[in-house]
Design a protein around this ligand. Structure first.
Ligand SMILES: C[S@@+](CC[C@H](N)C(=O)[O-])C[C@H]1O[C@@H](n2cnc3c(N)ncnc32)[C@H](O)[C@@H]1O
Length: 258
């Protein structure tokens, strides 16, 4: 894989903070200090949010696989956590994309079956779409599942997140699907803002978006039932965990490209 990626362990990275929320071991002191601020501000709610967000990703990928989607572009994939996209949709082709070198460092664990891992940035959708490894893995003449799960929250309004989503989806075939989840301030703006402050000195700052702002990512597409809801309420399966009404603070939805 060429030169090993350069990892800066003295600055908090969102991928490693998220790993810490999920109880993973791939994090360093700076990540844990920042993550603890978020945990304290939300009285542990962020951990529930991370777990429920992950479960949403798995249910959404399974739903898409059942609908016949056999290839996925998983952008902002994060440090590998099981089950990952290729495990939720066995046999599918998956291009994992992240801009954090730490994810590449763990790439070998992911490079199984028909998967590839690419270091690229959501803020440069052309770079993702034109990467030869993307093209080798994804056939854009056939429907693809585009996953933007808990990643658009690291793209500031000034960096045109809506334009990036439109550009990506415009490159896909009709029948493709978009999966989005996103943290929100809707349930407690003050606490959410304090929690988001934990990212002020991280490699990417956290943007909170409202229900209307998250729904706008699906503009021009057909939203699948039940629409944009808290991730724990998106087609829950099995025993539904007892979750307070105002948790988790993460909106999620899936839409079909017409
Ligand atoms: C909160 S984690 C989400 C991981 C996974 N998608 C999930 O929901 O379980 C966010 C991931 O997005 C990545 N990320 C943040 N900004 C990004 C960008 N502009 N382009 C690509 N990846 C980005 C981070 O490195 C991190 O791995």
């Amino acid at each position: 894989m060429g030169e090993p990626p350069k990892i800066n362990t003295s600055v908090a990275h969102p991928a490693r903070m998220y790993d810490y929320y999920l109880g993973g071991k791939d994090n360093f002191e700076a990540d844990r200090v920042a993550a603890e601020k978020m945990i304290e501000a939300t009285r542990g709610g962020v951990r529930l949010g991370a777990r429920e967000n992950r479960a949403f990703l798995v249910r959404a990928v399974r739903a898409l696989a059942q609908a016949g989607i056999t290839q996925f572009l998983d952008i902002g994939t994060g440090i590998p956590t099981s089950p990952n996209t290729h495990e939720a949709a066995p046999g599918a082709r998956v291009a994992y994309v992240d801009n954090d070198p730490i994810v590449l460092q763990h790439a070998r664990a992911l490079l199984v079956g028909r998967t590839t891992v690419i270091q690229a940035d959501l803020r440069d959708p052309g770079g993702i779409l034109d990467d030869p490894r993307t093209r080798e893995t994804i056939d854009f003449t056939r429907p693809v599942g585009v996953l933007l799960v808990a990643v658009l929250q690291f793209v500031q309004d000034s960096e045109d997140p809506y334009g990036a989503v439109s550009r990506l989806m415009a490159a896909t075939a009709p029948g493709s699907h978009l999966v989005v989840s996103h943290v929100t301030q809707d349930f407690d703006p003050e606490v959410a803002a304090r929690g988001a402050g934990a990212y002020d000195r991280a490699t990417a700052r956290l943007v909170l978006r409202s229900h209307a702002e998250v729904t706008r990512f699906f503009q021009g597409m057909e939203l699948l039932d039940p629409g944009v809801v808290q991730v724990s309420r998106w087609r829950p399966d099995g025993v539904v965990p007892r979750i307070p009404d105002n948790h988790p603070w993460v909106w999620g939805g899936v839409a079909r490209r017409l």
